[in-house]
Design a binder for this molecule. Structure first.
Ligand SMILES: Nc1ncnc2c1ncn2[C@@H]1O[C@H](COP(=O)(O)OP(=O)(O)OP(=O)(O)O)[C@@H](O)[C@H]1O
Ligand SMILES: [Mg+2]
Length: 434
C-alpha cells in the first residue's frame, strides 16, 4: 500500500507543476483559439507577435506549445528567456549559434564548414551587433523560416535593448526577411512592454493572453488526473475552478496540494475537503509574501467585514493589473444604496491608504491595490468563504445570479474605525505568486 501511494505522489508531482511552465503538450489545457490566432498571424500574416498578460496566466506554456508546433512545421525556433542584464549583442549571437550554416545561402549543404557543424554565429564580426547587421545575416537564410522567441521580455530593463528590438523588427519587416519574433512578457498593456514600437505597429500582432475559462480549468485538472491516476470528485473540481478564477497557476497549485492531501489520507480520490486543505496551504504560502504592514491592515479589515468585499474586488483586479473601479462595485451590489455605501468605504480606505489607493488612468477614476501580493490572498480568502457557504446553504430560490453577485455581502457597516464591532470570519492565513 505504501508503495502504491509513494508512486501516486511521484506521479502527482509530474501532473501538476505550479512552479514550472508546461512543456509536455499532453498536459496543456485549452487555449485552442489563442493558438490558432497565433499560428495564423505568424503563418498567414507573417507579422511579429507580442504576447502580454498577467503573471502566471500561462504565457511561457503557450510559447512552448507554439514552439513545438512551429518545429513540426519545419521552422527553426530559438527560445530565449531574457534576464535583467540581457543585451542585444549577447542574445542574437546565441540565436545565430542555433542556426546551422547549411541554411545560409552562401554555403552548399556539402560545404566543409556546413558539414563540420558550423553556425551563422561563425559569420559574425567581433564588434557589437547592430539590428541592421543581424537583419543582414538573417536575410541570407534559405530553406527554412526562423522564429525567435524572447520570453520574460519585461525582465530586461535596458531601454537600449528594447530600442534595438524595435529597430530589428522594422528592418526585418521592411525587407520581408523570413525571420519572425515572438515576444512574451508581463504587462498591463502593450505600450508598457514595447514603448519604442509604435512606429512598427503595422508589423506586429499583439495578443493579450486571456484568463482561462471554467471548462479550460476543468480540463487542466482532468489532464492531471490522467497522468497521476489520482481522481477529483465533481465538487472538488468545482471548488478548484471557483477559486482559480481563470488562473492556470492557481488551478495547478490547488490541484497539486489537494492531491497530496488525499494521498496523505491513503486515498486516490480527491474531495472538496482536500481542496479546502489545499486552499489553506495556498493561503499560508501567499500570506508569507505580503509585507507585515499590509498583513496588519488586512487583519483589521477582517474585523469590519470589509475584507471579504475587498477580496471580491481583488478577484476582479487580479487580471486587470491590480485595478478596479465603481463598475466592479456596481456589479457586486445590485442595490444602488449598498453600492453607494461601499463606494464610500472604498474611498475612505483609499484616502487613508489602507491596502488600496486612488488610480486615475484612461478608463477614468479607479483604485489599485498598493501591494501586488495582497490580491490573490484576499481573493482566495473571499472565494473560499463563499464556496463553503454556498455548499452549506441551499441555493436561493431566485433565478441564478452571476458568480460575482453571489458573493455580495451585506454592506460593510461604515468607516473602518468601527471595525472592531464585528467578529472576524476566518483567522487570517495566507497569499500570491510574487
Ligand atoms: N494551458 C495550460 N494548461 C495547463 N497548465 C497551464 C497552462 N498554462 C499555464 N499552466 C500552468 O500555470 C502555471 C503558470 O504558467 P506559465 O509559467 O506558463 O505562466 P507565465 O504567464 O509565463 O508566468 P510568468 O508571468 O510568471 O512568466 C504553470 O504552473 C503551468 O504549469
Ligand atoms: Mg513566463
Amino acid at each position: 500500500m505504501s508503495d502504491r501511494f509513494a508512486a501516486a505522489r511521484v506521479k502527482l508531482r509530474g501532473a501538476f507543476t505550479p512552479s514550472q511552465p508546461i512543456t509536455d503538450r499532453r498536459m496543456f489545457a485549452g487555449r485552442i483559439d489563442v493558438l490558432t490566432t497565433l499560428i495564423r498571424s505568424l503563418e498567414d500574416q507573417r507579422v511579429h507577435v507580442i504576447m502580454y498578460g498577467e503573471r502566471g496566466i500561462g504565457k511561457t506554456s503557450l510559447v512552448h506549445v507554439l514552439t513545438q508546433a512551429a518545429q513540426e512545421a519545419r521552422y527553426i525556433v530559438v527560445y530565449v528567456s531574457c534576464g535583467a542584464g540581457s543585451s542585444f549583442d549577447e542574445i542574437f549571437r546565441a540565436v545565430a549559434a542555433d542556426v546551422p550554416l547549411l541554411f545560409h545561402r552562401g554555403f552548399a549543404p556539402t560545404a566543409n564548414e556546413a558539414e563540420k557543424g558550423g553556425t551563422l554565429a561563425d559569420l559574425l564580426p567581433s564588434g557589437p551587433l547592430s539590428p541592421r547587421l543581424v537583419a543582414d545575416l538573417f536575410a541570407k537564410m534559405t530553406g527554412t523560416r526562423l522564429l525567435v522567441v524572447l520570453d520574460e521580455f519585461d525582465v530586461c530593463e535596458s531601454p537600449e535593448f528594447r530600442r534595438n528590438i524595435a529597430e530589428l523588427i522594422k528592418n526585418l519587416s521592411d525587407r520581408a526577411i523570413r525571420t519572425q519574433l515572438v515576444i512574451a512578457g508581463v504587462a498591463a498593456d502593450l505600450t508598457e512592454l514595447v514603448e519604442h514600437i509604435p512606429s512598427i505597429r503595422r508589423n506586429i500582432f499583439a495578443l493579450q493572453v486571456p484568463k482561462m475559462t471554467a471548462s479550460e480549468i476543468s480540463h487542466l485538472v482532468e489532464n492531471g488526473e490522467e497522468v497521476s491516476g489520482v481522481t477529483f470528485d465533481r465538487t472538488a473540481i468545482e471548488f478548484i475552478v471557483f477559486v482559480a478564477n481563470g488562473s492556470p497557476y492557481l488551478a495547478s497549485l490547488l490541484s497539486h496540494h489537494a492531491g497530496l492531501a488525499a494521498i496523505d489520507k491513503s486515498r486516490t480520490k480527491v474531495t472538496a475537503e482536500d481542496v479546502s486543505i489545499a486552499v489553506d496551504q495556498a493561503l499560508a504560502e501567499f500570506r508569507g509574501r505580503i509585507s507585515k504592514h499590509s498583513q496588519i491592515q488586512i487583519d483589521q479589515a477582517a474585523k469590519s467585514g470589509v475584507r471579504h468585499v475587498l477580496g471580491v474586488m481583488a478577484g476582479a483586479a487580479l487580471f486587470n493589473n491590480g485595478r478596479f473601479d465603481g463598475r466592479d462595485v456596481d456589479a457586486l451590489y445590485p442595490s444602488a444604496a449598498n453600492a453607494a455605501n461601499f463606494k464610500g468605504t472604498i474611498d475612505e480606505l483609499a484616502a487613508r491608504q489602507i491596502l488600496i489607493e486612488v488610480h486615475e488612468d484612461e478608463y477614468g477614476r479607479g483604485y489599485r491595490f498598493a501591494e501586488e501580493s495582497v490580491l490573490p490572498y484576499l481573493w482566495i480568502l473571499a472565494a473560499q468563504k463563499r464556496f463553503l457557504e454556498n455548499r452549506k446553504a441551499p441555493p436561493p430560490e431566485k433565478p441564478a445570479d452571476t458568480a460575482v453577485d453571489k458573493i455580495a455581502v451585506q454592506a460593510p457597516a461604515t468607516a473602518l474605525d468601527k471595525t472592531t464591532a464585528r467578529p472576524s470570519g476566518a483567522s487570517s492565513r495566507a497569499a500570491d505568486r510574487s
